[in-house]
Structures are given as C-alpha cells and as structure tokens.
Design a protein. Structure first.
Length: 318
C-alpha cells in the first residue's frame, strides 16, 4: 500500500521527525485502543449498554506507555496519548486522518483506577458470554471445553492468587495513602497568660503596719500594678485542600468502589466456574476458592459475601 516507505517504531524519533521532516516516506505504526468512558453513570450500566456507548461514534483512541523509574503500582507513571480522527469508525477504507493529538501523564492512582476498570470489564465480558451460551441452551460440557471457559479459568487463577507484592491486592496500598499536603495542620497553640497564679494585685513584699487605735492611722502602702496579660497567640489557620488533593481523594474512593466490584465479580464467577468445571478438575477449582477466601478475607467480610453456597446448573430442553 505504501511502497518505498520506512517503518519508524520509536516514539521519540517519530515526534522528532514531525518537527524536522526528512526527505522520503515514513510510517509510524503503533497499537491503539478505543477510548472508553469512565464517567460515574457508565459504571451502573449493563454490559451491553456499555458496549454500545463505547463503540458509538468511535473516533477517539489512546495509546499508553510506561515511563521509566517505576518499581510498583504506587509509583507507576505512564504517558497516555489520545488520537482523535476525522472520521468515525468503522469507515469505508478502515482508515482516517488524525486531526488532534493530546498527551498527558497519568499518576499512579489514575493508573490503578484504569487497571481495575479494565479488569472488571474483562470479567464482565466473560460472564456475559457464558450466561448467553447458557440462555441459548448450549450444553455446559460444551461450554467447559470452549475457549471462553479456558480464558475464565486462566484469569480467575491469576486474580485470586494475589501475591504479597503483586496482583490486584497491591492496590490496597492506596486506601491508606494521602496526597502530598493533604493532612490538615493547625491546632490551638495555647496562650502565655498567668494561668494558675494566686496573684491578688498587691505586693507581698510590703510590710504590714500594726494598727494602734490611739495612734494615727498609718498611710496605706500603694497598690502594686497588675502584670499585664500576654496576648493570646493566634490559632494556626487550617491548611486549604487543593484541587489536586480533592481529585486524589475522589480517585481513592473510585478505586475502592472498583476494588469491591472486582471482589463481587470474582465471587460470582467462581460459583459459575465451579458449576461448569468437569469433575476431574474440581480440586483445582476448590484450590482457587480457598485462595480467594484467604487473600480477600477482609473484603468478603465487609461485603457480606456468601462464598460457601454453590450453583447448580439445570439444562431445560424446550
């Protein structure tokens, strides 16, 4: 299609060539994904409704690359490049010119939210496909031997077996974190007054003259001036919460919601997996269930999930 063209795979080199265009024909090829909505309303839609909206008027795509220097999810920074095309896909020629490019850096908390959303959508898609097959009357044994069930087994095994320094369990580290400067400073510093003093306004060093009723009254000693009270120190002002801190707090709440949704999904899919898996593989399934109960014990208790009841599938032939 493009004879004589050279393929450029390096992102930095491709960006440099846009400003210093060399002679010749060059192709920069990279994988992109359709941009999906992460709105609050999007979370409560059904799987089919989300699919429809994500693929309607499709003209925005994203590509993400990991920035160097990260060692875990809590310091993982990425660069997200958004491409907006002239035409919406699918197009007649399956291609369109790019009219807009926008590059942003995603913080660790945003990357965590994005990763959990993608994991939940992946599991929801598998649940939908398997239940759709069951509704269509396909034999459970046939489903268990298919590729969809194989993908479900692989993803469940990798998700419930969450190691200490990896897996989805590592996102819990964000729940107790606070953004830089988020802690509120300020308390009453107290005052420098004469609290607790029995000072009555007189000088105790002035001698007392005895009173003789026949003698003239002795002059009264002058009253010593009262020591002035030290001014009260002003209360330290409360540190204002910045927009970045509010956004961080909102993302942490969003992450916790997505994490809880993941646990609920895992519980449902483990039951479905146990109902479909062949008898000879039941021990492997039970091992996954035990890992799930062990690694997500706290969330299971908080969400009051039933992890003991099993699902029995009944095939009804009409």
């Amino acid at each position: 299609m493009y004879p004589g063209s050279r393929i450029i795979s390096n992102e930095e080199k491709a960006q440099e060539m846009l400003t210093k265009t060399p002679f010749g024909k060059f192709l920069h090829i990279k994988t992109v994904n359709p941009r999906k909505s992460q709105s609050e309303m999007h979370r409560f839609m059904t799987f089919t409704a989300r699919q429809y909206l994500d693929n309607k008027n499709l003209n925005t795509f994203v590509s993400t690359r990991r920035l160097p220097g990260s060692s875990s999810v809590i310091n993982l920074w990425t660069e997200e490049i958004t491409y907006e095309t002239q035409l919406t896909f699918p197009t007649l020629m399956n291609r369109s010119e790019i009219k807009y490019v926008h590059t942003v850096k995603l913080s660790p908390i945003k990357n965590a939210v994005k990763a959990l959303i993608e994991k939940n959508e992946e599991l929801s898609a598998l649940e939908f496909l398997i239940k759709q097959n069951l509704r269509e009357g396909i034999d459970p044994k046939t489903i268990a031997s298919g590729s969809v069930f194989g993908n479900l087994s692989r993803i469940l095994a990798g998700t419930v077996d969450s190691p200490v320094n990896g897996g989805v369990g590592q996102y819990r580290a964000f729940f107790s974190m606070k953004s830089s400067g988020f802690s509120v400073a300020g308390s009453n510093y107290g005052t420098n007054s004469l609290n607790g003093s029995d000072h009555d306004g007189t000088d105790s060093n002035v001698p007392v003259v005895p009173v003789d009723p026949t003698a003239p009254t002795a002059p009264t000693a002058p009253t010593a001036p009262t020591a002035p009270t030290a001014p009260t120190a002003p209360t330290a002002p409360t540190a204002p919460v910045s927009n970045e801190d509010e956004e961080f707090e909102m993302n942490v709440k969003y992450l916790r919601t997505s994490f809880n949704n993941l646990i609920i999904l895992l519980n449902k899919l483990l039951k479905l997996h146990g109902a479909l898996i062949p008898t000879m593989l039941q021990k492997q399934h039970q091992a996954m269930v035990e890992l799930f109960k062990k690694n997500f014990k706290m969330e299971i208790k908080e969400l009051k999930l039933d992890v003991y009841t099993t699902v029995v599938l009944v095939l009804v032939v009409g």
